[in-house]
Design a protein around this ligand. Sequence first.
Ligand code: NDP
Length: 309
Amino acid sequence: MSLVIIYPHRDVSDWIAALRKHAPALKVEVWPDIVEPDQVEFALCWNQPPGSLQQFPNLKCISSLGAGINHLLNDLTRPREVPLVRLVDDNLKQSMAEYVMAGVLEHFRHLKAYRRQQREHLWEELKVSHISELGVGIMGCGEIGGYVADKLTDFGFSVQGWSRTRQERDKFQVYAGHDELGVFLGQTDVLVCLLPLTPETENILNLDTFRQLPENAYLINAARGAHLVDADLLSALDRGLLSGALLDVFREEPLPQQHPFWKHDKIAVTPHIASPTNPDSAAEQIVANYHQVISDAPLRNIVDVECGY
Ligand code: NDP
């Protein structure tokens, strides 16, 4: 039995080393140079080319190399009978919390405005409200969003979450479903999107959503580019519905050179770095699932293909 890594145009030696730390005898194939396709029972994929999974007749598990699984769900050539798993990793949660905290604090303490003032040699104090008065709304209170919300609450922000199904959390309130979206948005000064991309959540960051936020609200999108309607963000910024945005993910990545986001004064762009997968911390759970496959035991972090996440 072996494991295949399908991660085109990427040196995967760090992944192989990390996996072998937990399973020294693990047999690893690297796509496209496959020696024994019949032996492959476990596939580890990121942006796998269509058809690449079809060459393994004995596949028993397909794992995403990240928390997101759209590259797998969108692959119409993927063998449907093979279960999908994804990564749920403390490192991913922590680095996302750092990114969101940095974005919220930069907005809350007017750091961008002060840099502008510095360029003009302007010594002028900008008003800051008490931290508990800033409402931070987390769309998607799952593994990552829930952790981020906990950290922001601990820091002192007034946090609320929004999810698909009802959740009880100790530290903050979670609104659920479309019916409660309006109440959630009405108290959200900083809207943070950490949703999975599904048919229900695609384009959810649109003008109608922005209109329901308080004045001068700020947007952070670190989920997927297709959550955001790009033209609606530009329009919301022009109309003053939003005061700014921090974006880590885009419909097309890398963000095309001519895209208006690059030069927009109120938009901060980062190159999909909010929370990169770390092979050293992710390898253990991948190897654990590999062993589950060998022993025909239940897999961890299975994707609900019907729900799309
Ligand atoms: P989870 O599956 O653990 O959580 C998803 C959350 O979204 C759940 O709370 C779920 O609700 C909620 N949700 C799903 N559909 C809807 C809907 N229609 N309406 C309202 N809420 C909904 O995902 P993770 O937390 O692990 O990851 C979230 C996303 O973060 C990933 O899919 C990925 O796109 C993105 N990501 C981005 C990274 C980056 O570097 N920029 C890195 C890692 C992840 P419920 O609780 O009711 O099921």
